[in-house]
Design a protein around this ligand. Sequence first.
Ligand SMILES: C[S@@+](CC[C@H](N)C(=O)[O-])C[C@H]1O[C@@H](n2cnc3c(N)ncnc32)[C@H](O)[C@@H]1O
Length: 455
Amino acid sequence: MERTAIGHTGAVGVSEANLHTSSSGLEARIAAVNAIGLVFSRGSFLESALDQFSDGISEPRDRAFAHALAATALRHKGQIEQVLEAFVERPLGKTAGRTKDILLCGAAQLLFLATEPHAAINTSLHLADLDPATKRHKGLINAILRRVSDNRDAILKDLPPAITSLPSWLQRKLRADLGPQQAEACAEALLTRASLDLSLKDDSFRQPLEEAGGASLPTGTARFLAPYPAVSSLPGYDRGGWWVQDAAAALPARMLGDVRGKTVLDMCAAPGGKTLQLAAAGASVTALDVSESRLELVHQNLARTGLSAASIAADVMDFQPADKFDAILLDAPCSATGTIRRHPELPWLRHADDITQLVRLQRNLLRKAASLLNPGGVLVYAVCSLLAEEGSKQVQAFLNENRNFQRSPDPLTDMGLTPEFLTKKGDLRTLPHFSLGSHAGMDGFYAACLVQVAD
Ligand SMILES: C[S@@+](CC[C@H](N)C(=O)[O-])C[C@H]1O[C@@H](n2cnc3c(N)ncnc32)[C@H](O)[C@@H]1O
């Protein structure tokens, strides 16, 4: 398929609102529409889908616009579809080509990206021209987008709830797990762009980062709000003084307490953010991951930061170490629903059945972790998930089954966190709308610190 073609095989962003495209910005829009097509038709991750269609886009601002447009369309998908429904007399059939994706991106520009109406509409019509099946619907695309544009203020004033932007399976689970109010607040936060958060190797890098505009959060993370500078332009990059890690993702490794001189197994380690934290804290770390290619990222991160850890490419379930460990961090594979701000395609790639399989895998990994711990050892189980079945319920099932484990009485000591972060049972829970100091927003995580006691 030609780079500029929009075809049926799935191959055609902003408060990101300040982003502008060069000249017509058509290439960027083609890339965005093609990328979301691949997300929906093939379950591709957004970054890799955009990579496939961005070759011909030379201007960095056009690449940024393509990303922002696709991300905004995915974030607001459910809301936009409800808005469009009011203007479409008959549902679009399978023969409508790329009409739906073009309308989604057109409406995303008109409603959320502050694109000039004529630019959003004219480019959408150009995109329709590129595919014969879609070309037939140009009149419809034109009429609908004009009505969206003419009614913009009223539409925005009366937007459907944020949670309805998510697929229904996830809406159901979030409402059941968080309650309606918390679920809506969480969904609102999922519509926003995440900040750039850095974990520091040591405190000597803090001041230069603050001078570059970074804020220091109470937990120690350095935060740059969007639109943030290029990562490689920030002070300390060349010397490996920090690594990119969401503020919430930096918390579970710290729940292991003082790890200096202890043997710590990072059971699902790649790409290595938590391995780096543990190594920087003075632990003797073994980083294990089933994926060799992802483990290579751990090696690169260790080399860049000058930190050291042993690494093993293996399936945890087959891992038979000579010695057990003083502490274990199990950052388990999960739905990653806590990271939707960064990966807005995720809700559309997963289904309720996937969660059932993940829960089974997590249960087996937890059992295995328990068997690899020295007597009296500490185990932190963490997931970047918003779902109780992967978090609180998983931990409770483990404790019910393993009477020789208890929750640590105070897992969040000295971490700069308010009680809001602790569940009634004493586990850590972060949600995307939570704040650290005056700064809102973080990934959703659930983590429990479990101590092995005598049988
Ligand atoms: C949530 S990610 C870990 C993120 C990492 N802890 C960090 O902070 O950068 C989960 C990882 O688990 C790994 N994984 C999944 N199943 C595994 C298994 N059976 N054994 C070992 N690693 C596994 C995946 O390859 C993936 O890299």
